[in-house]
Write a protein that binds this ligand. Structure first.
Ligand code: CU
Length: 148
């Protein structure tokens, strides 16, 4: 009897537990298969709070760092060094824009959408105009998908 209760309790605990956190890889590339230069691949990822993105230095000379004013309020900024593989765990829901510092003018930007990405999307879109043209051109379609 005691054993049965214990097993039932364990089972209830398991079903109530949130899905295990995942780690998603984003490659830093000089060129992707489509021929685009200085890109993150994939350029946009959708994850859940608590998930981690690993920025992989597949090609040399790149980094990944959050763009000021283009992450949710209260979220931690992040900054990897050049050629540094970093792992960032995203806790706050919303849209995060990040860049490669040496290649921002070549449009090397990416987006991480965490949970309800629409939360700060309006604020993020307002800041797009502050970026260089090639970064704006890359970002606009990435930020358009949310439909709000
Ligand atoms: Cu780069």
């Amino acid at each position: 009897m005691r054993k049965t209760l214990l097993a039932a309790g364990l089972l209830a605990g398991l079903t109530a537990a949130p899905a295990a956190a995942e780690t998603i890889e984003v490659k830093m590339l000089n060129k992707n298969d489509a021929g685009d230069l200085m890109v993150y691949e994939p350029a946009s990822v959708s994850i859940e709070p608590g998930d981690t993105v690993r920025f992989v230095a597949t090609a040399k000379g790149h980094n990944a760092q959050s763009v000021k004013g283009m992450i949710p309020e209260g979220a931690d900024s992040f900054r990897g060094g050049i050629n540094q593989e970093i792992e960032v765990t995203f806790e706050e829901e919303g849209t995060y824009v990040y860049k490669c510092l040496p290649h921002l003018y070549s449009g090397m930007v990416g987006v991480v959408k965490v949970g309800d990405a629409s939360k700060n999307l309006a604020e993020v879109r307002k800041k797009v105009s502050d970026l260089p043209k090639q970064a704006r051109d890359r970002l606009k379609p990435l930020l358009a998908a949310e439909g709000s």
